[in-house]
Write a protein that binds this ligand. Structure first.
Ligand SMILES: Cc1cc2nc3c(=O)[nH]c(=O)nc-3n(C[C@H](O)[C@H](O)[C@H](O)COP(=O)(O)OP(=O)(O)OC[C@H]3O[C@@H](n4cnc5c(N)ncnc54)[C@H](O)[C@@H]3O)c2cc1C
Length: 193
């Protein structure tokens, strides 16, 4: 809800927070309020959401609810290729592996499918190094502590440490290193299955 880069066109001021409405139907009559998975009672949700000026007269069709992901204990069950350790020909991908988010789920789907095809053709397993975003996520998913494993988005905390000090410089170094690592790894990927 942080209004990064947004100003209110009527006042020129940066708002305190912004809410994102995502169209749920083609007619644009129904919208989902992004990021409102909540345990608040429905009456409280009605009361609080009506305080938002644009929602004062909205009709609420469905209320926010905290959802629960079902996921494998991947560090105990999966190789970095996303194949089961004890069933090498069976691959899994997406949020059931303990990744979170569209990009993360799609990336694991591409890699699992790519490795399944490589296995079928008798080629060795391959996956991006942990210095890349997808490699860092794969390392987390398949090598974190099984006892405390919980779903995760890609984030800077997953990457191997860098020497730079200060958040901004640390992040810049992680990004630069990730680009180099991905460039180095891309020939493996583009060579195909
Ligand atoms: C309310 C909400 C908002 C979200 N917003 C964002 C966001 O803004 N950005 C973001 O990056 N991520 C967001 N996410 C997370 C994102 O949706 C998931 O990480 C992503 O969709 C997972 O993709 P997936 O393909 O692994 O699983 P899913 O998208 O859940 O796909 C699994 C599919 O398998 C099907 N299926 C289940 N069981 C069976 C069965 N037995 N046989 C056949 N089919 C079956 C299901 O019907 C479903 O179609 C949000 C999640 C929720 C719940």
């Amino acid at each position: 809800m942080k209004p990064v880069g947004l100003v209110d066109p009527r006042t020129g001021e940066r708002p305190y927070a912004v809410l994102q409405l995502r169209a749920e139907d083609a007619a644009g009559a129904m919208y989902g309020l992004v990021g409102f998975q909540t345990r608040l009672k429905q009456g409280e949700q009605r009361r609080i959401f009506r305080m938002v000026p644009a929602l004062a007269r909205a009709e609420f069709l469905r209320y926010g609810a905290a959802h629960r992901n079902t996921y494998l204990c991947s560090p105990a069950a999966l190789e970095a290729t996303l194949a089961f350790r004890n069933r090498p020909g069976v691959f899994v991908a997406g949020q059931i592996t303990g990744v979170e988010g569209y990009m993360e789920s799609a990336a694991t789907g591409i890699l699992a499918g790519w490795n399944a095809a490589r296995l079928a053709r008798g080629r060795g397993a391959a996956y991006p190094p942990p210095e890349t975003a997808v490699g860092a996520l794969l390392r987390y998913v398949t090598a974190a502590s099984p006892a405390t494993f919980a779903p995760m988005n890609v984030n800077f905390g997953l990457f191997p440490a860098v020497a730079a000090r200060g958040k901004r410089r640390r992040h810049a170094e992680i990004v630069a290193r990730a680009r180099r690592a991905l460039d180095d790894w891309m020939p493996v990927f583009t060579e195909g299955v």
